[in-house]
Design a protein around this ligand. Structure first.
Ligand code: UDP
Length: 239
């Protein structure tokens, strides 16, 4: 798709930033992964399934997922205040919503799976990068899943839809300004998470979803390759 709209970093409107992924980056975790999109880098570590403590929080019908997202203090040039804040709590919760629909947690009654996401470098799209890393880390931990999820933020800059916003684009001030739409999809194309910060019409929202499907397919290919590389390495006798 080529339009006359000029992006600051020269990308086409439907072009995502260069992505990289690696599995097994935290050796002491049960599963772990790194996902990098441009200058945004997320690390996810999974611990579990393990017995839920305190005991009164155990659910005998199914296991539970806990997600904790945080940005490291050096992830942006203005130092982030350490500790939980409202934004981190919101992103932790939506990360859980994005991942839970594909996890077969009914296999783990009374147990919990902990997912920790740390953002090492932030240039927008950190919730999506965190979800992408977490999906890989959960697969690496061997948690059974019906599908894998992939996530990308679609933006509307004035009237034009673009894939995978940078921070500079999130701060776009011309015309109608910016709209940020983080979307998480299963590989089958089911939406497990969608947020909307800004304004968009129904027709264009449908177009944003189509753009997300194409972008998430590219993310999926990179996630799949990173997981396959980790299996190949293990089969070759290396960790
Ligand atoms: N950001 C920041 N300080 C903060 C929170 C966010 O500099 O305390 C920057 C960071 O680059 C982040 C971007 O703002 O990626 C956009 O944040 P948003 O809340 O929209 O979430 P994201 O796009 O990272 O999922």
């Amino acid at each position: 798709m080529v339009t006359k709209f000029k992006r600051a970093d020269g990308r086409e409107v439907d072009e995502i930033r260069p992505i990289e992924a690696k599995v097994g980056v935290v050796p002491s975790a049960d599963g772990s992964a790194m996902f990098k999109s441009g200058n945004t880098i997320a690390i996810a570590a999974v611990y579990g399934p393990k017995k839920m403590h305190p005991q009164h929080q155990q659910n005998p019908a199914k296991g539970q997922l806990r997600c904790e997202y945080s940005m490291l203090s050096f992830s942006v040039s203005d130092r982030i205040k350490p500790g939980r804040n409202r934004r981190a709590m919101e992103i932790s919760e939506i990360t859980k919503w994005a991942l839970e629909p594909v996890l077969m947690l009914d296999k783990y009654p009374n147990q919990v799976v902990d997912v920790f996401i740390n953002i090492i470098q932030a240039d927008a799209g950190t919730r999506c990068a965190g979800i992408n890393a977490a999906a890989m880390a959960l697969a690496h931990a061997g948690i059974p899943m019906t599908d894998i999820v992939s996530s990308v933020a679609i933006g509307k800059l004035d009237k034009t839809l673009v894939a995978d916003l940078t921070k500079e684009e999130e701060d776009f001030e011309e015309g109608e300004g910016p709209t940020d739409i983080p979307i998480t999809l299963t590989h089958e194309g089911k939406v497990t998470h969608m947020q909307l910060d800004g304004k968009i019409g129904v027709k264009q929202l449908g177009e944003a979803l189509d753009l997300a499907k194409v972008a998430c397919e590219k993310v999926y290919e990179v996630q799949k390759k990173a997981l396959k590389d980790a299996i190949d390495m293990k089969n070759g006798g290396e960790k």
